[in-house]
Every structure is written in C-alpha cells, then in structure tokens.
Design a protein around this ligand. Sequence first.
Ligand SMILES: [Mg+2]
Length: 235
Amino acid sequence: MIRAVLTDIEGTTSSISFVKEVLFPYAAKEMLSFLQKNWANDNVAKQITAISAESGTNVGTPEQANDILQRWITADKKATALKALQGMIWKAGYEDGSYRAHMYPDVAHQLATWREQGLILYVYSSGSIAAQKLFFRYSEAGDLTPLFSDYFDTTFGGKREEESYRRIAHNIGFPEDEILFLSDIKEELDAAKSAGMQTTLLDRQHSPSSSTARPSPHAPHPSVNSFSDIKLHSV
Ligand SMILES: [Mg+2]
C-alpha cells in the first residue's frame, strides 16, 4: 500500500522550459541592477570575494562583477557564487511577482486529493531545497508548500543513484515499497525501483491517448500524461 508520494519537479509537476526560459534569463537580465542595489549586502559581498578568488581579478565594482558573471553564464560555468547570486535574484523575482512557477493544471488538485486521502507528500529535485520551497510557494496554482511534508535535494545523492532513494526512504520513515516516486526520467525511476520504491513515469510530451496508466515503452514503469491518471492501487 502506498503511503507517501515523492515527486520530481522539472518535467513532472512543471515544464522544463520554465527554468530554462524564465528563471535563467531573468537572473542574467537582472544581475547588474541586483549587484548595484545590494553591493553592500554581506551575503553579496561574500560572493564577490569568491568571484575575485576564482577569476583571479580584484573585483571592485558591480559592473566588473557583472562582466565576469555574464561570461560564466554564457560558458555555463558551475560556480557556487554564481548559483548563490542567481538564487537571491530568483527569490526577489518571486517575491515581487515578476513570475510564478509553472505548474501543470492537474498537479495541485491531485496533490490536495492525495493529502485528503492521508498520503504524505515529498519533493526530490536537483534544485536546492531553498529553490524548491520558493518554487512551490510562488506557483501558478498558489502556495502549495502546505501540502508537502519535506524536501530532498542532491545532498541525499544523485537522482540516478539507487542509494539516494534508500536514504530518502529511511529519512521519511516508510519502507521503500510504500513510497511512490514520480519522474519524467527513466534512469531516475530505474534507480528508485532498484531501491524498492514504486514508480510512475510522467510523459508530458505526448497528448493523452489513454485515460489510465498503461504499459509503456519506459517499462517496467507505468506511464501517464497527467497526475490525475495515476492510480495508486495499480502501480
Ligand atoms: Mg525531471
């Protein structure tokens, strides 16, 4: 019997394009003005020190910092300082209503229904836990954070590693086979299944051709187009 649902975000509850086409461009566009406004902020100053060290430049102005950061963004450099600043800009953007996190229309209703049925809901995403909370707090469907009991990120391990799902199950406190993991990525579902969890693949790209879970080319995982098609007793 399934007692908990653990869900991925990108490609599962929400479109992949929101992060790529809204969040990242917003941070790039707002970077300079954010640095100018918050240059004296302690947490910003800490990131500037890190940027100076990593770039080998003594960064003294918001403009200099922005030049380096824009190059890093273009090069898709995985720098902690860049990630931290992007996180601060995204938070400000959510709070001032510049955007809301995309949510597929079936998600909020189904999550609420599961909660009413007594299931406990969790998130597992590669985004930081702080970013996950902002995402669900400022979603198109309103504040969904009251529905979730906890959030897991890659500090619990990679999403394609079996051990991560064992760690999460242990943390949740239910046996693996009482947890249903939802994702759009077969390799993540494979890892969860190897750990003993139940799985369902969200196939958001295909138009609904069937109203119920069906055997899929992603076997052994049942595949659905929508959260409303997930049948807990049949997974
Ligand atoms: Mg995903």
